[in-house]
Design a binder for this molecule. Sequence first.
Ligand code: GCV
Length: 666
Amino acid sequence: MKETGRWTQLWLAYDSRRDMGNGVYFAQVFFDGFDIMDHRIQNAWAELAEGLERMLGISPVNSKEAPADGGFIVRRQEGIKAEGYGIIQEDGILTLSAADENGVLYGVFHILRQIALEEPLEGVHITCHPDNPLRMLNHWDNMDGSIERGYSGRSFFFENGEILVDERTRDYARFAASVGINGVVLNNVNVKDQATWLITDRYFDKVSEIARIFEGYGIRLFLSLNYAAPLELGGPDSADPLDKAVISWWKEKFTEVFARIPNLGGFLVKADSEGRPGPFTYGRTQADGANMLADLVKPYGGIIIWRCFVYNCTQDWRDRKTDRARAGYDNFIKMDGDYHDNVILQIKNGPMDFQIREAVSPLLGGLMRTNQMLEVQAAQEYTGQQIDLCYLIPLFKEVLDFKTYCKPELDTVADVVSGRTFGNKLCGMAAVSNTGNDANWTGNDLAAANFYGFGRLAFSTSLTAEEIASEWVGMTYSNDETVKQTIVRLLMGSRETYEKYTSPLGIGWMVTPNTHYGPSVDGYEYSRWGTYHRADHLGLGVDRTDTGTGYVRQYHEPNASRYNSVEKCPEELLLFFHHLPYTYRLKSGKTLIQHIYDSHFEGVREVEEMIRVWESLKGKIPEDSYALVRERFERQLYNAREWRDQVNSYFYRKSGIADEKNREIF
Ligand code: GCV
């Protein structure tokens, strides 16, 4: 069933806009050096035509000749970087130059964005190319239609073991391409049951249909692989990467898969992680596993993206020496340089797991001779599950701006994953997608800002979180200054508000086990997952310094010393790195316990304020969106109060120290 309503079209709703003199260029559109029958060029044209028609009431005309004056020329031009474009307006002509078809698509979306934002194209003179070679979305969609950590309904790729291809597939590809995404992993990294069969004849036809749709939007299709596929698909009784029978099984499999699925970029692999099989089972290294697959996909131009989320998830909570934060680095650093050139190691932004605040993974920039890719999570698993508002672009930005000190210059995470630091070609950013089959795609209308924002940021890492928010609001809601400023303000403050009422100062977790929504301070404290806060009656925090697990030494200097020192450690990460008494004085002069109380009261007050701010938009934005978000805020307030009261009561009861302000603690 085709859904109706503006929210199905997200930021591409193309509502009517003021012309700003932009319409004049499109009476004649001339393609110079591009084949107008090419799928991507056709889609670029269709998008342009629809956008202009809906926003400005103009029907562009495809001209056979270059317009002498007053027109739009799309020109192939060598010398522009891959996927990049230039837009120049002079002498009555608007010219979009690009070296390839992706550049044309991105350039057209750029022009449509400017029109949507009511910015004049007159005199425009820009060149733009993506900072990251790979800009990917990872779907954790299962073939039964569920989505692991999905908060926006069910999968629009799978249902009941079947693959869905419909209007949504195309719309999804349009949204993704409009923000510069060029790779999509279709299925969950936990590959089980039917998903193992995605690389068999059972699903080739339907996967190919999706691959072709994606191709038309410049997106390569990737699949997550089950490392134990040989055993499960009737091959050898082993998945040992050095076993000849296993190698030849995969060789044949890839020959078949690449022959049957067009536009296939390669595979994402979660191995030896959270119960998934991997090379460790056979006493082999991660490099053995990744390289074996990589060598076999290489003839087809394929790549293997290998996740570094490898840790012991059956830890004894009594054991204070084992530190989950150490695991990624310990498991991968030794073989830096051994990974073949079509392997990319995909590294979560933090060493734990997408917490609202944690340190940046020391593997980023720790690895110096290996292709690496940053993985962030747009799906709000630990950050409010698209009920609570949490605009994540400031967090992603913080990670990108982090100075790793792996080199004297060009050493930020953004430098490393874009290839600027070490000159790699295969690198970039991936986000766990926050989409589903809800009419509005992301559950909360405002969570679409994370989908939009991830793409924009992966394309242009120097954009600020605020610029991205403002674009998204302008395109999605309106360019009215009050609306824009109000929603941007809400978005920009939301991450810190969420942090205030949840777990303090980088310690993370304290969430309800399994669901990961809502508070349960000790929920994971005596579990096997390695996610502890170590609170007792005197203090809390994990000692990851030289006197503790020694994790700090995984960083280059001066980061290692900075984190090792309680005085120099950035305060927002204090409890991630240090175990401190409740009476420890922060720079604000407050004790640690008082900070916990104050920030939790403040967090709830801020949510109340957010609701008041949202209410000021009534009548200024579409009522359906107003109401949907208003209802989510109500649930957020409930959640925030639960967090505040449980966290405050917990630490009051542990410490016995009263709140200086005598507020109600239970
Ligand atoms: C896909 C966390 C999540 C899991 C997820 C895993 C991963 O542990 O809770 O649902 O599995 O990360 O990133 O592989």
